[in-house]
Ligand binder design. Structure first.
Ligand code: ADP
Ligand code: MG
Length: 226
């Protein structure tokens, strides 16, 4: 049983006009539980593609992904969906909260799709209330996203990513739409929560200040991490 997410010799190419275009070339790294990695690099270099492959939303052309001892691409589709929902938390640049649902309802949505692990220490509701308090949104719990600021909505999205007690959190430019002060808050929360919740955190970002909060920074350039 591995205590980390490992990527080994990952390659991804797309066919474009009969020509193969190589996006990722032999990318290898690993991130242990409680550790964090920032991935930087110019637009269009494959950062989102890399996160999507680790998140099992896309498949590699070759190479392996090992998520805490599981090769997700060996799982049948139905099992893969439940593995993804229970093991991997996602945060995007846009918060993608449902406007008609309260903050509490929004953060609970991933827990409705999969039942909590039998050994879970708390109910999804108790976990939601605790994490909402942790990110300072208790007084906004019954408000709708439209009544919150962008930074507050992204804090709710952080809670939603953690609701199923994932082993890995993948964040794709999580502060890309935020003002500097909200971005600082999200950076602090991400860095602190991955320790508190013992998740492996991988953050794609253009923000030096956010990258500096992570344990390591790697840059994707010409398909390779340097
Ligand atoms: P980044 O997140 O670093 O800006 P992306 O991972 O989104 O980069 O994209 C990397 C490159 O792969 C881009 O040139 C993009 O056009 C290309 N790409 C991404 N997805 C596809 C796809 N489904 N089919 C073909 N090309 C794609
Ligand atoms: Mg991207």
């Amino acid at each position: 049983m591995s205590d980390r997410v490992s990527v080994t010799k990952l390659c991804k190419q797309y066919e474009a006009g009969g020509e193969a275009r190589r996006i990722l070339a032999d990318v290898s790294f690993d991130v242990a539980a409680g550790q964090s990695l920032a991935i930087m690099g110019p637009s269009g270099t494959g950062k989102s593609t890399l996160l999507n492959i680790i998140g099992t939303l896309d498949t590699p052309t070759s190479g392996t992904v090992d998520v805490f001892g599981v090769n997700p691409f060996s799982l049948p589709e139905k099992q893969l969906a439940s593995f993804r929902n229970g093991t991997i938390g996602f945060i995007f640049q846009a918060h993608h909260l449902l406007p008609q649902c309260s903050i509490l309802e929004n953060v609970l949505i991933p827990s409705l799709i999969a039942p909590p692990a039998p050994n879970a220490k708390e109910t999804p509701h108790a976990r939601a209330v605790r994490l909402i308090e942790r990110v300072g949104l208790t007084s906004r719990m019954n408000a709708r996203p439209g009544q919150l600021s962008g930074g507050e909505c992204q804090r709710a999205a952080v809670v939603r990513s953690l609701i199923n007690a994932p082993r890995v959190v993948l964040a794709d430019e999580p502060t890309g739409s935020l003002d500097r002060s909200s971005a600082e808050t999200i950076g602090t929360l991400l860095s602190d929560l991955r320790r508190e919740e013992n998740v492996a955190l991988i953050v794609v970002t253009h923000a030096e200040t956010l990258a500096a909060r992570m344990d390591r920074t790697m840059t994707l350039r010409d398909g390779a991490l340097v």
